[in-house]
Design a protein. Structure first.
Length: 86
C-alpha cells in the first residue's frame, strides 16, 4: 500500500520528469520517471507518460515499452481498465 508521502513525492518526481523531458534533458527525465513509478507503481498515468516520452513510437523493447507489456501481464490485461457496472 502506498502512503500519502509516497504519493506526493511521486507526483513531484513525475512533474520534474516532464519538465526535464520538455527541456531535452532525457537522462534527468528518466531518473525522475523511474522514481515516480517506484513510489507509486500502480499509477498507470506515470507509466504511460514515461513510456510515451522515453520510447515514442517504437515497438516493445527492453526499455520502457517492454516494461508496459510486463506490467500489463502482471495485473492481467483484462484489468487494465476498470470494469464498468452497466
Amino acid at each position: 500500500m502506498v502512503n500519502g508521502t509516497d504519493v506526493s513525492a511521486a507526483t513531484a518526481h513525475f512533474e520534474l520528469a516532464q519538465h526535464f523531458h520538455r527541456k531535452g534533458l532525457i537522462d534527468a527525465a528518466a531518473i525522475h520517471f523511474e522514481e515516480a513509478m517506484r513510489l507509486q507503481p500502480e499509477n498507470w498515468t506515470y507509466k504511460c507518460q514515461a513510456w510515451a516520452c522515453m520510447n515514442p513510437g517504437s515497438k516493445p523493447t527492453e526499455g520502457y515499452n517492454r516494461a508496459w507489456l510486463e506490467a500489463g501481464d502482471k495485473i492481467g490485461i483484462e484489468n487494465y481498465y476498470e470494469r464498468l457496472d452497466l
